[in-house]
Design a protein around this ligand. Sequence first.
Ligand SMILES: [Zn+2]
Length: 409
Amino acid sequence: MNQWLKNVRLETGEIVHPNNRIETTTNLFHIEISPEGSILSIVDCSEEITSEHVTDMNGQLALPAFKEMHNHLDKTYLSLPWKACKPVQNLKERLDYEAQELVELSETIEQRACAMIEKILANGVNHIRTHINVDPYIGLKNLEGVVRALKKYEDYVTADIIAFPQHGLMRDNVPDLLRQALENGATMLGGLDPGGIDGDVENSLRLTMQIASEYNVDVDIHLHDGGYLGYYTIDKWLDLMEENAFKSRTDFSHSFGLGDVSVAEQKAIVKRLQKHDVHIMSTVPFNLGRVIPPIDLLTEHGVKVHFGCDGFYDSWSPYGSGDILGKVNSFADVTRKIDERGLRNSLGYITNHVTPLNNQGQQQWPNVGDEASFVFVPSSCSAEAVARLPKQRTVMNKGKFFQPLVVTC
Ligand SMILES: [Zn+2]
């Protein structure tokens, strides 16, 4: 049976006041949804709805469901007794400590992943891109647990599951482990600092391209390597994309190197990123004191940027709430998006760039035929939601309201 959502607030346009202040306009609508989860009709709230299957949204604002585009479901301590991080001197020590913990933590993988999925979904998400360790210590154990956990939530969330060589690609039997991961539930291939971790940019990238091509999967590479090492790595990968006809099939996570070079060099590589449709995944870590990629410049030049919360409450950091809207809020705050358009456009970083209004303030979402996936918030418009971070969120994925499963795993 079709269902109706009554009294849903949708953005309809904008008013530019004589003093140049911009105001988003909204109205209330009723939305009809098919049993398959797509929008069948959107009608004015003055129309009478006679259906038995009606939910009154009481004037809450509908936003497109959020996308969490950089996460580690296997690393969290959520659902275990409290534990702060062990102090270390450098990245190598951090990785060594993680390796020591991996076997013990892998025993609780499914339970911890479920706890993290619930937290992320409750914040408004219906798609998670997660990087799962595939390494010589635990092989595919974390992957198998995460696949089981995601299966439990398949009504509410889709996922990109990335086979991630956290402890290096060019060592032990890792290339074969990654191949096995891609045969057992991983949907994408990851990578990690071909210079800083593998110490061999060209061969590490070539091996990554070889495995991705063998399995016909897209790639998302963690690139923390800064300065010209990071810049060179991206440039080299773009060469490989050209040689292998790999357009639109790569994203780079973090990409600090893009922030460390001159604006002229940024503009040069941005052209290549745009040409090959490479997207940048950022966790907007202003708190790390690093120069992050030039998100505004990338956006202005047509390179898509997406946000993620990264791993949280794990051996790397005791912090993090899993609130992806909070990431937009801190990005907008730090980069001084203080007017209506700047705020509401920022929402696109967590909605795969679908926003209710376009740049000119005209309505473009939702439309009949779209997936009925929403976040409902008690805000007057998306600019207010970004700036004021409503705590209350109700999530619907393809016509189904998210209900916590009160973790049984
Ligand atoms: Zn990461």
